[in-house]
Design a protein around this ligand. Sequence first.
Ligand code: RFL
Ligand code: PHB
Length: 392
Amino acid sequence: MKSTRTQVCIVGGGPSGLLLAQLLHSKGIDSIVLERTTRDYVLSRIRAGVLEQGLLGLMEEAGVGQRMRQQGIPHDGTLISYGDEKFRIDFAKHAGMPVMVYGQTEVTRDLYDAREATGGAIEFNVEHVKIHDADTDKPSVRFQVAGEAREILCDFVAGCDGFHGVSRKTIPENVRKEYEKVYPFGWLGVLSETPPVDHELIYANSKRGFALCSMRNANLSRYYIQCSAHDKVENWSDDAFWSELKRRIPQETAAKLVTGPSIEKSIAPLRSFVTEPMRWGRLFLCGDAAHIVPPTGAKGLNTAASDVHYLYQGLRQFYESGDKEGIDHYSQRALARVWKVERFSWWFSSLMHRFPDQSDFDHKMQVAELEFLRSNDAAQKAMAENYVGLPY
Ligand code: RFL
Ligand code: PHB
């Protein structure tokens, strides 16, 4: 079996894995990234669109901030609607910073380009990945590429392989505790080459269900509507999507909506999930491998980035001074922030969606909470601080 040595073996070439690899590279720490699919496949996934300052700072530190700085669109606020009512949360006023609209696809492209330019190792199409001896000082990762068995010997393993990866399941069941809430609906998303309906995002609570108007750039819009958890993309023609969206947003906004053919259409389930601990011996979980949030509030990729920050700092401390304090506290530090983000995403999802068993009373409670948020500075500040991202 071909055996290779590196300092950190990173399982998963999504945004968490690639960002960690490039940050470590910037400090001279060597890594190998293993990806189950291909670069094109990773780049074809339309996902996050809103980046927090913390992630922007990490991209700069990893040397991949240039295109984001030129092409990203800073947003100083967001709109929230219920029925035909609409109000704005001012991030600049309440939290003193904007968020950046720049797609996950672009973040990942920038990271892959940098990885290539710096000659960093990535193995694509890896199969049968297995992490060995993570509870010892000499972990290893075994896998196959094109039928050939391979092995990586390393100091640490970073499990960045998403919700369905192998890393989390490597932690023995008697050590791991999982917390989960599955929501009884999904999001149907459409990408279209049309100008966004507004220059800011609109989160809409409607009696017909949630809707979101988002964007990637001046001629690329991203819209979502709440749909049944069992719905299929084939059930939704473009016309059906646009007319349902128009019924869920304020009339004056619907009147301005420019529609066009969809260039991507997909359904995502909504889930809250956390596994504890996020470290087992020399294996560290990062991003979706350890936790999932419902997309309301745009926290998934941003929380993956905060994990990467804590792990990067811990590994850097270890390699620069032999100090294990950072890696020993990784799980505790990452989880403290994760749970706060879980709370925000759960709260915002609960406020904005229509639940199957929701009574008229429950709906009145949502409207009362929205009206409180609309009129109360302290509530707006709490929302703004969470939306732009809690400090690391
Ligand atoms: P990923 O992106 O799932 O990447 C994991 C990678 O690991 C690979 N892999 C393996 N590789 C090797 N060996 C194995 N055994 C492997 N098993 C899996 C996979 O092929 C994949 O390439 O996880 P990562 O890096 O932790 O990144 C997480 C983010 O992708 C995710 O949290 C966000 O996309 C969530 N999300 C959003 N986050 C935000 O911060 N802001 C948003 O606006 C936002 N919008 C969204 C979203 C997610 C959505 N969906 C579809 C779930 C909108 C949607 C609709
Ligand atoms: C997106 O543009 O894909 C997006 C934006 C905000 C969210 C979720 C998704 O809360």
